[in-house]
Design a protein around this ligand. Structure first.
Ligand code: PLP
Length: 480
């Protein structure tokens, strides 16, 4: 075989135009459109270039990168380009509110309401009865009042925005008292001190990390104090030698000094935790009843709705928030509003059937149900792959989203020992599948937690496991 230098070989790569003149490539244009074919060809030619540049260029090298492009390659490339970056995954981590995986999947009602709001015009900011201008948040304010018992409510883009708006409205240029033990960071990007700074409020830390007493707040009050803030320490607990001031005490202190109190609840639980078999998580209703002036929480954590920041509290303060120009910059999108309205309606109209909201269903599903499903999946895989070590096992899952940080839920998992391949390898292959399955590894086994897998996904999970094993066998055979 004649040896070429790299440069010679690079020069031999056909141009985009030459490639497009090839009859079997040209044929693809009517089917996929010229722009897509051109883009795919360009990328494939670039791939060839890169391969030539990186291949072993030794004197006697006979490595030859094929210089021509096959129509099948073009079609494959077009499919890859067209595949959305944001795609569905199967959450087999067991973490119900997983911020990296999109937090709460929505109820069917919420999804249908989004579709209608997306497809047609709507009365988003229009009062149909008298043809005057309306406010978008009005569509959910009544529901929020009814559900929480609050005098008024408002919604913005997310809870970080809700906190920002409250601080900016009530305390710009003034001081806000908050316990050192509550200067939290959530998910790496929400930090109370940073939000405080952006709002223009001046942070005044009181107490110590593990112990804060009422006297600490009292001593810190000056004529500049505009607000006392309490933040739910969502994703951790300080345990041991601790002291914190409870909300009623703070409220008494606030009212003695005419200083409003705001409470960032984070997850915002509307259902009595005892009904969910959980403890230790205050409800929004309890916080409202205590008289706190403003409460903020997320729409897509325990509530199980879309990303949103919900604010409930005293009418006077809610009105101030609505009138702040910043509210316009933080406003909720109409599709989100549609999903939020439907989610809140489920709590108002069918609290006994609240498992229509997937987060609530996953939270309350019976262990026995998870066990049955795990066994069924393990059996179905075993039938096709008798040599694979796969079994249903009991385990624990986390709620996530900063709710109940110390509370693990008993669950059932499908445990796979992929030997001879490693569990890291197998986890990776599941994650590279269609759709990707996100699993966890424990003691050299790959665990798929049934709690966060929807029952309608069970058959798909079987296919994904089989595909991952088969993929391994293909790679194995090729390597031999
Ligand atoms: C999650 C959380 C936030 C941030 O809420 P987003 O809806 O993600 O913006 C703020 N405060 C607390 C206490 C939280 O748990």
């Amino acid at each position: 075989m004649k040896l070429h230098t790299k440069n010679e070989r690079l020069r031999k790569i056909p141009s985009v135009d030459e490639t497009l003149r090839e009859p079997d490539i040209r044929e693809l244009v009517p089917r996929y459109g010229r722009a897509a074919v051109v883009k795919a060809v360009k990328l494939l030619l670039e791939d060839i270039r890169k391969k030539i540049l990186t291949e072993d260029g030794g004197l006697h090298s006979e490595v030859t990168v094929p210089l021509d492009i096959q129509p099948a390659q073009v079609e494959e490339k077009i499919t890859a380009i067209a595949r959305p970056s944001l795609q569905r995954v199967i959450n087999a981590t067991g973490i119900i509110i997983h911020t990296n995986l999109g937090r709460a999947p929505l109820s069917e009602e919420a999804i249908n309401h989004i579709v209608t709001a997306a497809r047609y015009y709507s009365n988003l900011e229009f009062v149909l009865a008298d043809a005057r201008r309306g406010a978008r948040a009005d569509h959910v304010e009544g529901l929020l009042q009814e559900l929480t018992g609050a005098e008024a409510g408002f919604v913005v883009n997310n809870n970080a925005a809700a906190v920002l708006l409250c601080l900016n409205t009530l305390a710009r240029g003034k001081e806000v008292l908050i316990s050192r033990g509550e200067l939290i960071e959530i998910g790496g990007s929400f930090r109370i001190p940073d939000i405080m700074q952006q709002s223009g409020a001046i942070l005044v830390e009181v107490g110590t990390t593990n112990r804060t007493h009422l006297a600490d707040y009292e001593k810190a009050i000056t004529r500049q104090t505009a607000l006392i803030m309490q933040a739910h320490t969502s994703n951790y607990r300080i345990v041991g030698f601790t002291a914190e001031v409870n909300l009623p005490e703070l409220l008494r202190l606030g009212s003695r000094n005419s200083i409003p109190v705001m409470y960032d609840m984070g997850s915002g639980n509307l259902i009595n935790p005892a009904l969910l078999g959980l403890r230790d998580e205050p409800t929004v209703q309890e916080a409202v009843k205590s008289g706190v002036e403003l409460i903020t929480f997320s729409g897509d954590k325990l509530l199980g709705g879309p990303q949103a920041g919900i604010i409930v509290g005293k009418r006077h303060y809610i009105r101030m928030l609505k009138n702040n120009p910043l509210a316009r910059a933080l406003r909720i999108d109409k599709l989100t509003l549609a999903a939020l309205e439907a989610t809140l309606k489920a709590y108002v109209l069918q609290p006994e059937k609240i498992d229509a909201v997937p987060v609530m269903r996953m939270l309350t599903v019976a262990e026995q149900t998870l066990k049955k499903r795990a066994r069924k999946i393990a059996r179905a895989v075993k039938r096709r792959l008798p040599s694979l070590t796969i079994a249903a096992e009991s385990d624990t899952s986390q709620i996530g989203g900063g709710a109940f940080p110390l509370h693990d839920l008993p669950t059932w998992v499908v445990a796979i020992n992929p030997a001879p391949s490693s569990s890291n390898d197998f986890e990776h292959r599941l994650r590279a599948g269609t759709p990707p399955v996100i699993a966890r590894i424990s003691k050299d086994r790959v665990l798929l937690d049934m709690r966060t897998i929807s029952p309608v996904e069970d058959r798909l999970v079987v296919q994904c496991i089989l595909a991952a094993v088969e993929q391994h066998q293909v790679e194995h055979t090729n390597a031999q």
